[in-house]
Design a binder for this molecule. Sequence first.
Ligand code: NAD
Length: 495
Amino acid sequence: MTTVPELLPATRAFLAKPTKMLIGGQWREASSDETLPSIDPATGKVIAHFPSGTAADADEAVRAARRAFPAWKKVTPYDRGRLLQKAAALMEKYGDELAELITIENGKPLWEAKKEVGTAVSWTEYYAGWTTKLLGDTIPLSLPGQFLNYTTREPLGVVVGITPPNYPLTMPLYKAAPALATGNTIIIKPSEDTSLVALRLGEIFTEAGFPDGVFNVVTGLGETVGATFANHPDVDKITFTGSTEVGRAMVRASAGNLKKLSLELGGKSPNIVFADADLEAALKGVFMGIFFCQGEICSAGSRLFLERGIYDEFVARLADMARSVKLGHGLDAETKMGPLVSKAQQERVLGYIDIGASEKAQTLAGGKAGTGALADGFFVEPTVFSGVHNQMRIAQEEIFGPVVCAIPFDDLPDAIAQGNDSPFGLAAGVWTRDIRKAHQAAAALEAGTVWVNCYNAFDNASPWGGFKQSGWGREKGPYGLDLFTQIKSVIINFT
Ligand code: NAD
């Protein structure tokens, strides 16, 4: 590891003070007084502690959010938008500090963390703009007499956002910004691996002037705090991003009061390269598609389908690129890839690498944890498996790390059949110069997003969500408004 610069004074000051949760406008310790450690995944060292919330704390947050809802619902759309704009401006102001906090808690390189801050700002601004544009319809009725039928979009009430660690800042905002824009109150339950960033966000929303109880953050374990929210009879909606396994638990837990549920879950996305593609562009796209964010991204192009004629050369070049990646601390300017977010995640990914070896896949690059100066961090080398068959476990199960499985295919129908042969359906990539083939593939792939001649191209306005076991509902753009509103139909007889 080369030099890691000193933390900014603002980051040091934030880490030095006691970290508390935000419930009903009050900063509190857990009712049990217990804490959890926040660990820098590049060093394995504890950087701070944060409250390990209890079921009672979760319940208190629901009551606070419920109390705040009637007044918040009445705040004018313009004023709701102004508050969100203010929060966005503060995120921009504190951007360097936020990016640094993301890097030391999540591990991703600082340049990626800065991109995340940029997305957080533009995302919040995007939904601030929607507050004044939540229109209804007028419906022509065929009833005898004179009637006016109009619809309004109403908030749901108390919304809980349960989030994963891969985007510590934007994930809570993917939930909070549209929920608040549409007049709901929100409680964020961040990942226990990246709770500090969410708590800093709580400070920012407080500074922006959101009324008490409108934006709350409760930290703690999924199986205690998260499960309490999922089972809670007075939560109107859970918006969950995480694994498909926990998503299933959310469905079961929500049955009690039939709370609304939207789910952004796992993926095992096919990235399909035809021999007629611009192979240089495809190579770069495939590389970023799997190794961006250390592969800890739901849309990771983790199944690489290569047309048989280009298979050997493409996979060899990809392996060369993977071997040249410089692993290191995310604050080190030379680092190209950081560690995985936790020891548990590192062990899980290394476990899958062992499974790949036992399934007789060939490791062309990577396959090991960090060594030497990196040994204390949770690093995994970017790994390229060749000779993979789509039925192997490494091709069917989500690894959520920097591991790509290269699989050959013969023609378009074969690529589609293999690409779709997965319980997941989050995203897919297609690389070809043949526009007919591109459209045929886009039409046939079972995925919420299909990228053609690009990969991981995200935009606030473009819908995001999964087919099959990758989720329920669509976040982003105008589609995201549907997740946080319910339609009321008013019929007036003025005959
Ligand atoms: P996870 O499911 O283990 O945890 C996600 C969140 O759920 C955490 O906050 C955790 O504390 C909480 N949780 C855990 N058990 C719970 C329970 N029983 N009740 C309530 N809450 C509980 O997922 P992870 O490992 O943190 O994140 C990685 C997963 O997230 C991957 O599967 C990835 O594909 C998925 N993900 C999906 C998207 C998407 O947009 N589709 C985006 C990012 C990540």
